[in-house]
Design a protein around this ligand. Sequence first.
Ligand SMILES: *[C@@H]1O[C@H](CO)[C@@H](O)[C@H](O)[C@H]1NC(C)=O
Ligand SMILES: *[C@@H]1O[C@H](CO)[C@@H](O)[C@H](O)[C@H]1NC(C)=O
Ligand SMILES: *[C@@H]1O[C@H](CO)[C@@H](O)[C@H](O)[C@H]1NC(C)=O
Ligand SMILES: *[C@@H]1O[C@H](CO)[C@@H](O)[C@H](O)[C@H]1NC(C)=O
Ligand SMILES: *[C@@H]1O[C@H](CO)[C@@H](O)[C@H](O)[C@H]1NC(C)=O
Length: 182
Amino acid sequence: MPLKLLRFWLPLLLFACHLLAETPQCFRFTWVGAYENHSNIVTETCDSRVGDFNDIPCVEPLVVTPNDTVPDVKALWQNTTEDRDQYLCQMSAAHSCVKYSYIFKGGILNITYMCAMVNASNGCYRQTHENGMQVEACVCTSRLGMIPCNGCSRQRLHDRVMGLALCLLGAYQLLNKFRRIV
Ligand SMILES: *[C@@H]1O[C@H](CO)[C@@H](O)[C@H](O)[C@H]1NC(C)=O
Ligand SMILES: *[C@@H]1O[C@H](CO)[C@@H](O)[C@H](O)[C@H]1NC(C)=O
Ligand SMILES: *[C@@H]1O[C@H](CO)[C@@H](O)[C@H](O)[C@H]1NC(C)=O
Ligand SMILES: *[C@@H]1O[C@H](CO)[C@@H](O)[C@H](O)[C@H]1NC(C)=O
Ligand SMILES: *[C@@H]1O[C@H](CO)[C@@H](O)[C@H](O)[C@H]1NC(C)=O
């Protein structure tokens, strides 16, 4: 009897384990914003745009959009004909999804979506620089099988802003190194 039972339950168990092994996902790419000649984007890299030892987040692939409008992440998520995995990363344990935007006079200049280890609770953090440039980092936790949370438009805005950017970037660079090693 137990053998028969096992034969029935084992595939089910393995299937369940497979499901458990899956992790929620985050969007991962940089939308470069207004871009002169779209056919030139293929020649661009994060190195060429922001350099190596820089505090500015940038994650490949670099993406341009029709009319340079902000990315329609919902369409991206729903587009199964496209290889959307290249725009996603696994939100592994202790990591969050992050959306990092540069905003000037209310207009969004560019956005970097990524997975990162962040020492901050979920929500949006905004920093305004002297020249009027605003940097907004939104942190969230995706749910399995759902559209990654760092695509959504509006999240709670925290008053607390200090420190986050640095802390986030440290983690981001570490992660990047880690990814290169693996
Ligand atoms: C865009 O760049 C491509 C390749 O560099 C070039 O062939 C094309 O003429 C450019 N288009 C415009 C409108 O500048
Ligand atoms: C985003 O815009 C800011 C402000 O113009 C710029 O400094 C930064 O390099 C841009 N990021 C990317 C990845 O192009
Ligand atoms: C781009 O702009 C043109 C002219 O304003 C408009 O007709 C077209 O629908 C826009 N395309 C997208 C994808 O928004
Ligand atoms: C899906 O992606 C492909 C390749 O980028 C594109 O040609 C197509 O128009 C997209 N479909 C939708 C519904 O966005
Ligand atoms: C994380 O943040 C908390 C409170 O903001 C702080 O007390 C703690 O030292 C931080 N940890 C690290 C590793 O930065």
